[in-house]
Design a protein around this ligand. Structure first.
Ligand SMILES: CC(C)(COP(=O)(O)OP(=O)(O)OC[C@H]1O[C@@H](n2cnc3c(N)ncnc32)[C@H](O)[C@@H]1OP(=O)(O)O)[C@@H](O)C(=O)NCCC(=O)NCCS
Length: 372
């Protein structure tokens, strides 16, 4: 690996410069953050004064000697440390490398990571002969996945078991990459956020499923009539926890928008609804939902189905939102009809039934107003 002379980068709102002894204290303060320890398994924890001095004197210089790079990301006006960023995993014969970063808790949510990632990637393409820059995140690290998209990286998929976690176990990597030939600017998420984080019509509120919803969501999924209609969803508490923890990542990936339905009057967890974006190329998704028994019969499912399909058709760019119902599920068909869906077809043996049987699917659809 060819050693590289340390350089400074002008990232506009941030400056990237080689580490200096005066950065030791701020680096230690920043890296004591539990989020950094969680999402950067190789970061020493606890992060002591000795560790930060070792990093500045030996760790970071070694990155340059190995053909990579490591910078302090600082405020251009005050020189205060805002974070750390670097380039590693350089595979010269593939003209490929990987960018990584951490941002101090006091400097988050103002574009620091994005600005640093853009500057490093531009430099690597222009000065280091890199053609493909990778960026890998933990599946649960949605904040970092948002940085990747904002910096113009495309999500490519999940590399299973690619990460060694702090306890020695294996974890997955969600892989993003930016090519030197990619167009400038950010990459849009697969599904847009709800404006202001929620959809509401006075009767119900819909928000993204979150880790704290796991117990309520699991209890709902255990009801026999909900379980009977559950196709492909998690069936164990562990599976439900995983679904909740990955809800934001799956949303950004455009895989699904998994939501909870809250009773707008009391804020209680009334049920769940999700848009499963199965055919992005055709701009078609399907919805599925379930309500706790004590919230049924008041129009909450209808309101939720209308809200999520309005959002899908008017804001998320879908053209068709479909919904399948088991032949015996008259209640669900009433919900769909009242929410503006129309009956479209009868698909034979489309749904898995009990004991290896197959069941017909009565299909409903709502299409975007502009195509009616
Ligand atoms: C992930 C991390 C680097 C983000 O740094 P940051 O400087 O706050 O990120 P930015 O301000 O550049 O944010 C980029 C985008 O992500 C969004 N974002 C960042 N953090 C977010 C959060 N916690 N929740 C929701 N959105 C978030 C921003 O709003 C912005 O979105 P926009 O482009 O639509 O405006 C920082 O939280 C961190 O250091 N985490 C711990 C270490 C880590 O995860 N490192 C990366 C390992 S892969």
């Amino acid at each position: 690996m060819t050693a590289v002379e340390p350089v400074e980068l002008d990232g506009g709102t941030v400056r990237l410069r080689p580490w200096a002894p005066r950065d030791a204290q701020r680096t230690r303060e920043a890296c004591a953050d539990p989020l950094i320890a969680e999402f950067i398994p190789l970061m020493p924890s606890p992060y002591t004064d000795e560790v930060s001095q070792w990093w500045i004197n030996e760790g970071a210089p070694a990155a340059w000697q190995n053909g990579g790079a490591s910078w302090a990301v600082v405020d251009p006006a005050t020189d205060d440390v805002l974070g750390g960023a670097g380039m590693g995993q350089v595979v010269a014969e593939r003209a490929q490398a990987e960018v990584g970063y951490w941002i101090a808790p006091w400097a988050r949510r103002r574009g620091v990571a994005t600005a640093a990632t853009v500057a490093i990637t531009r430099w690597a393409f222009a000065e280091r002969g890199i053609a493909r820059m990778e960026l890998v995140t933990a599946p649960r690290n949605a904040a970092s996945q948002r940085v990747a998209l904002a910096a113009g990286f495309t999500r490519e998929g999940v590399r299973r078991g690619a990460a060694t976690l702090r306890d020695g176990s294996r974890g997955d990597h969600v892989v993003f990459a930016r090519l030197a030939t990619d167009p400038p600017g950010p990459v849009a998420p697969g599904l847009p956020d709800f404006p202001g984080g929620e959809l509401s019509d006075g009767l119900v509120r819909l928000r993204r499923l979150a880790p704290g919803d796991a117990e309520a969501y699991f209890a709902l999924s255990e009801l026999p009539e909900v379980r009977r209609n559950n196709i492909g969803g998690p069936t164990t508490l562990e599976g439900v926890r995983e679904r909740c923890a990955l809800a934001e990542s799956d949303w950004l990936a455009g895989i699904r928008a998994a939501c909870v339905i809250l009773d707008a009057a009391t804020g209680e967890f009334a049920g769940d609804i999700g848009l499963y974006y199965q055919e992005p190329f055709l701009r078609q998704g399907i919805i599925g939902y379930g309500l706790r028994p004590e919230f049924r019969g008041r129009g909450l499912a209808t309101a939720a189905a209308r809200l999520i399909s309005d959002w899908a058709l008017e804001q998320a760019g879908l053209v068709r939102v479909a919904a399948g119902t088991f032949p015996y599920n008259e209640a669900s068909r009433r919900v769909l009809e009242r929410a503006g869906f129309e009956r479209e077809g009868h698909l034979k043996a489309r749904l898995p039934g009990p004991d290896g049987t197959r069941i017909d699917d009565i299909q409903y659809v709502r299409i975007a107003e502009r195509y009616r």
